[in-house]
Design a binder for this molecule. Sequence first.
Ligand code: ATP
Ligand code: MG
Ligand code: MG
Ligand code: MG
Length: 438
Amino acid sequence: MRLSRYFLPILRETPKEAEIVSHRLMLRAGMIRQEAAGIYTWLPLGLRVLQKVTEIVREEMNRAGAIELLMPTLQLADLWRETGRYEAYGPEMLRIKDRHERELLYGPTNEDMITAIFRAYVRSYRELPKILYHIQWKFRDEQRPRFGVMRGREFLMKDAYSFDVDEASARLAYHRMFVSYLRIFARMGLRVIPMRAETGPIGGDQSHEFIILAETGESAVFCDAGVLELPVPDETVDYDGDLSPIVKQWTSLYAATEDVHDEARFERETPEGRRIHTRGIEVGQVFFFGDKYSKPMHAMITGPDGVERPFQGGSYGVGVSRLVGALIEANHDEAGIIWPASVAPFKVGLANLKAGDDAVDAACAKIYEALETAGVDVLYDDSDERPGAKFAKLDLIGLPYQLIVGPKGLAEGKVEVKTRATGARESLSVDEAISRLT
Ligand code: ATP
Ligand code: MG
Ligand code: MG
Ligand code: MG
C-alpha cells in the first residue's frame, strides 16, 4: 500500500480524553475514531489489526474442533424471557422496538439464542459433542465506557458454546476451549493467565478468566509467579486426546480474581516471594454452566439409555476488539506502538527519504514490488514529508520493520533496516534487504 493513496489520519496532538496509553496511541495512530460514547469506527489501520486478531482466534477455534456460524446482532426479547434473563440482565441491555412494537434487543451475549438453535435441530447424543461459535458485534450499555475499545459499548466478541450429553464430556469441551485460549493469546505474543473467577450473569459453577497483568487493568488479581513460566502447548496438541494434564498444570498454582480471592489459601499455597498482587485486563472467560439454559428452554437430548435430558453446556468468550487495546498496553514505548509480528497491520514500513530523486524512487519501487510480490504487507511512505516526520510516523504506528532508503546510503549501494522492537539497525544492499524481509 502506498501511503499517498491510503487513509491514515494521524493526529498530531495527544487527545485529552484518553486516560490510558493504548487509547491515546490508537487515536493518534489513526486506528479508531469515536462516534459516540463507547462506539467506534475502525479506521483502515485499526481494522487490519482487528482482522489479524480475529483470524488467529478463528484458526485456533477451528483447530480445537469448534464450528463457526453467524448469529444476528438483534434478538427477540421473547427468547430471553424463556430463560428469565430479559428482566434479570438490567440496564446493560439495549432494548429496541421495531415498527410493529415488537421488543428486540442488541445481543450482549448469545446463550439463549444458541440454545434455541440447538433445540430446533438436535435430539440425540449421537450428534454430540458439538462446539459452535461466532465472531460478532455485541452491545452492552456499560455504565462507564472508557479506555477506548477496552471498554466499549459496541464491541467484537468471539463466543463459543458447547453441547454435551453429560457433565463428564462437558468438562472435556471446557478443557478444549481452555487449551485453545492458551494458544490464541500466546500466538499474539501475550502472557495471559487463567484465573479462577466469578460467573456473573452468565451463571454456572466453574469459570476461568484469562487475564493479562497490567497496571491499567480494571480488576485486582492474585497469583503465583510460577504461572508466568508455564509452557504453552504448540500446534501439535491433540484436541481429541487427554488435555487434563495441561489444564491441571495451569490451574494448580494459585491464580484468582478479587471476586473469588481467598487470602488465607493464597498465603498457604504460595511462598511469600512468589505472591503477585496486581491488576489485570480480562481478555477472555470460559464458563461451565450445565443445564442452566437447556433446562428452562427445554433443549432435550436422548442419551444412550433412551432417556431424555437437558444438554450440559458451557460458553467461552474472547474480547476480540478489547485485545487490540490490550496488545498495545503490553507492547509500546514513548515513541508509539510495537506490534508483535502476528498481529501487525503491515510487516514493513518503507520510507523514501527523498521522493522525486530518480535513484531513490527507483530503489523504493523495486523494493516495494519485490516485497508485494512475495506477499509481504508493506506500507510505502512515498510522500515528500521530511525524514524526521516519516520516522516519527513509522515509530508511532509500530510496524515490525522499517526499511529506510535515502540518497546518501544509496550512493554506496546501501539501505537501512530498522527493527522497531529493539531499535537495531542494519545497513544492507537492496537485494539483501529484500531477502531479509521476505
Ligand atoms: P468485564 O468484566 O470487563 O465487564 P465481562 O466479564 O462482563 O467483562 P464476558 O461476559 O465474560 O465479559 O464477555 C467475554 C469477553 O468479552 C470478556 O472477557 C472481555 O474480553 C470482552 N468484553 C466484555 N465487555 C466488554 C466491553 N464492554 N468492551 C470490550 N470488550 C468487552
Ligand atoms: Mg461486564
Ligand atoms: Mg468480567
Ligand atoms: Mg467475563
